[in-house]
Design a protein around this ligand. Sequence first.
Ligand code: GLN
Length: 246
Amino acid sequence: MNEKTFTLNIAHLYPKLLNIYGDWGNVLTIKKRCEWRNIGVNITSVEIGDTIDNRIYDIYFLGGGQDQQQIAVSKELQKHKNALQDASDEHAVFLAICGGYQLLGNFYQPHNAERLKGIGLLDAYTVAGEKRFIGNVTAKCDYTIPQTLVGFENHSGLTFLQGETEPLAYISVGNGNNGKDKTEGARCKNVFGTYLHGSFLPKNPHFADYLIKLALKKRYKDDIPLKPLNDKLEEAAHSSLINKKY
Ligand code: GLN
């Protein structure tokens, strides 16, 4: 049996509630890109009522969801706020998509409904907008080569970043955080939020590898090189969406 030199543990948070537009594909992408490199991956689905032992996990993932599902997850996340903030301080990697992203901020204020508390891993807030942003997105990210990120957005929430929290990327095509300040997504420490569905990572393999390297560094305290993969298909999918409007 080929021994695994490295292993990563992933907590997939509330997949029964936050998993629209196939956002589960992001977890699958990390899993496969690790396994293709003989890096072991353990995935734990965390549902409402489950405990979260932050000593175990290197990566936390939250998918997108409609306002109704966000209400339940917002309440549940409050129980784990300190544990997840400690995980973030220990440089665990978080990736949150759309509705999940909104709940990593300080709050999400839907239309005509009670404000939903976030857990403040990102210094950001979201308010419901008057229209829905739906369409392809191309954005420029400073952390990766290539610097483009592509995906599909479908949200009415308008997210505004504050304090030390920086944008994940800058919009070339689409709306991103709020359709006004040309920012898309957010980053604080190793916590990443984005409005890019699609799923996001299969079409942005360079960003998937960026997250894997961050998670390996968090666990093994070292920069562990990743063997290049044959990404012809992924790169073709990525290129086909760059600057695509419709
Ligand atoms: N309910 C949120 C909004 O509309 C998030 C939607 C989503 O996750 N796609 O902004």
